[in-house]
Every structure is written in structure tokens, then in C-alpha cells.
Design a protein around this ligand. Structure first.
Ligand code: PLP
Length: 346
């Protein structure tokens, strides 16, 4: 048994996946009478490539990975859900994670009836690695981490992540959705050193493609194969594949966006730190700021009345009183700054 088979659910090991018509022939030209498609050309009359070969090769060039180390999902959410479905036996296995963090890990665990064990971050928003290890047992198949973390906006210490990689007996899923904004290095370059490391990234943030829905999972080939085996055959549609292939050629534009967003973030921090209605601005390694108010609810409503929509995180542990503010365009950020400057708490 390979390392990964010890963690996989037995029904997934035994599963015979759906074999799509296009699995048997990967050439581009031919007389395609195999898939009951409409033969009249519209650009989308043919089924898309189920394994998104071209897109993966292109992403592989960007990330210095082999295409077989890449899984593409309908947003990161699909990767999260498939990892749980491949590795966690409902009602039996469990998942370890942190609190607070991105809400989808728990929602997907709940949908799949998998026990989700949350370990509170330390007071300085770092990993409590001893408590995380104590929460784990021989039914703990996945450990979800998110760095930079949403909503706390900071990155975790790399040594702590490495400690967990070396000690946790299941897969460590590291969500790097905000890595493009981070001072910290991605763990992607050490993927080959850790057969239990799974890295999630997305096109939704720095790449500016939240609307196309594409998330990336990077991991050892046997893990990627397991996810591909259980996904819906055509999970990434043809329009998305074409569009992403084009946009991947514009990484300098993405880099320019990131630079501007980071400079705006620091400008916002400087301006907002002067305001008496803000008690604290959490250290941020992402494209958003967590602002602590003593009257978050009121400020939230005050901003909403002016059609400035922010995210109320004020009831979340360690984020009490915080509103989460995404860095926008310069004039949008100025509108927020001006509104908060005008805010008077009664
Ligand atoms: C925004 C975000 C994502 C991206 O999700 P998609 O489904 O790829 O849009 C993933 N993880 C975290 C923590 C996020 O905040």
C-alpha cells in the first residue's frame, strides 16, 4: 500500500471512475462521432477536455510543476470538497483546523458529515501547534491551514507549518489564496519534500478572475490522481479553459495590480491609524485589513447606509469588534477613509 492508500477511503480506492468518450482519444482532429454532441460548430458544441491538459501545462510553467501535480476545480471550494470526500469516511474520520479561519472548510466537512475539530489560534493569531497535535487522533485525515489567514490577515510562521507537516499523520492542506500579497514565500517549492502537503491557490484574488471560478490544488501525483478520479468529468467548462489560458499570459498585469493593492493597503493603514474610532488595525499580509472598533455594528451600518459594503467579522473569536475591509481602487479607498473620518459615535 502506498502512503496515500492508507489515508484514502476504501470505496474511493476501489472506485471505477466514469469513463468519458474523450478519455479514449486525446488527438485534436478526427471525425468525432463518439459523444452524441451536436456536429454544427458553435465554439462550444464539443465537450471540453476533462483533464484540462493545456491549462495545467501552462500553470505548471508558471509554478514550476509537472501538470500531473495539478488539479483544477470550480473554485477552491471544489478542491476542498473533493479532498474531504476522498479522504474522510463520513461519521467516522475527522478534520483538524484552526479558529478563526475560512468558513468553507467547516461547511464542506458538515455537508459530508465529517467531524471538524477547531483549535483556537494564539492571542497573536499564530498556530498553537501543540494543541493542534493534541486534537488529532488516528482518525484525523486532514489538517486545514490558511496562510495568510482569512480573516485574521496574517501569515503563520513557516517553522510551525513545517512542524505540522512533519508531525501530523494525515494530509496538511495549506490554503494559499492570498500568497501573491504576502511577504512570506509559498511552500510550493518544497512540495516535493512533503508527500502529505496539499497546497490550494486560486485565480479569484490576485489574478482578478473570481468570476470564472477556477481553483488550483497542488500536490503529489497520487493525491491529484485521487481527486481527478472522483470529480465530475467536465468540471471546468470550455469557456473558462480558453479564457484562463489567455489570461495566464498577462502575469505582468497581475503583478502590477498586486503592487498597487499593496501600496494602497499601506496608505490606508497610515490614514486609518490616525482615526480615533479605530482601536486597532491588525497586521496584514493579504489584500484586506481588519479594523477593530468599539462599536463595529454601528460603523458597519453607518457605512452600509452610504453604500460602502464591508464584512462584519465582529462576532468571530479573536476578531471581536472587527470589520474586514478589502483594498479597493484608490478612489473607493478614499471614500471609505472619508466616511470613517466623518464618523461620530453618538
Ligand atoms: C477567497 C478565498 C478562496 C478562494 O475561493 P475560490 O472558490 O477559489 O474563489 C480560498 N480560500 C480562502 C481562504 C479565501 O479567502
Amino acid at each position: 500500500m502506498s502512503g496515500i492508500e492508507k489515508l484514502l477511503r476504501k470505496n474511493i480506492i476501489d472506485l471505477v471512475p466514469y469513463s468519458s468518450a474523450r478519455d479514449e482519444y486525446s488527438g485534436e482532429d478526427g471525425v468525432f462521432l463518439d459523444a452524441n454532441e451536436n456536429p454544427f460548430y458553435t465554439g462550444v458544441n464539443r465537450y471540453p477536455d476533462p483533464l484540462q491538459h493545456k491549462v495545467k501545462v501552462r500553470i505548471g510553467q508558471h509554478k514550476n510543476l509537472h501538470h500531473e501535480q495539478i488539479f483544477l476545480g470550480n473554485g477552491s471550494d471544489e478542491g476542498i470538497d473533493l479532498l474531504i470526500r476522498a479522504f474522510c469516511e463520513p461519521g467516522e474520520d475527522n478534520i483538524i483546523s484552526i479558529k478563526p479561519t475560512y468558513g468553507m472548510y467547516k461547511v464542506c466537512a458538515d455537508i459530508n458529515h465529517v467531524d471538524f475539530r477547531e483549535v483556537l489560534l494564539s492571542a497573536d493569531y499564530q498556530l498553537d501547534k501543540e494543541k493542534l497535535m493534541q486534537a488529532a487522533d488516528n482518525k484525523s485525515k486532514l489538517l486545514f491551514l490558511c496562510s495568510p489567514n482569512n480573516p485574521t490577515s496574517n501569515s503563520f510562521f513557516r517553522d510551525d507549518i513545517v512542524f505540522l507537516l512533519e508531525n501530523f499523520e494525515g494530509l496538511v492542506v495549506l490554503d494559499e489564496a492570498y500568497i501573491d500579497f504576502s511577504q512570506q514565500e509559498s511552500l510550493l517549492p518544497v512540495l516535493k519534500d512533503y508527500p502529505n502537503l496539499v497546497i490550494l491557490q486560486t485565480l479569484s484574488k490576485a489574478w482578478g478572475m473570481a468570476g470564472v471560478r477556477m481553483g488550483m490544488v497542488f500536490a503529489a501525483r497520487d493525491i491529484i490522481r485521487s481527486l481527478s478520479k472522483i470529480k465530475y468529468p467536465y468540471n471546468i467548462n470550455k469557456l473558462t479553459q480558453q479564457y484562463v489560458l489567455e489570461r495566464l499570459n498577462t502575469s505582468s498585469e497581475k503583478d502590477q495590480w498586486v503592487k498597487q493593492i499593496l501600496s494602497e493597503r499601506e496608505r490606508m493603514r497610515a490614514r486609518l491609524s490616525k482615526l480615533s474610532c479605530i482601536d486597532e488595525i491588525l497586521p496584514s499580509d493579504a489584500n484586506f485589513l481588519m479594523l477593530r472598533f468599539n462599536s463595529a455594528k454601528k460603523v458597519f451600518k453607518y457605512l452600509m447606509d452610504q453604500k460602502i459594503i464591508v464584512r462584519d467579522r465582529s462576532k468571530i473569536p479573536l476578531c471581536e469588534g472587527c470589520l474586514r475591509i478589502t483594498i479597493g481602487l484608490k478612489n473607493e479607498n478614499n471614500m471609505l477613509i472619508r466616511a470613517l473620518e466623518m464618523y461620530r459615535s453618538e
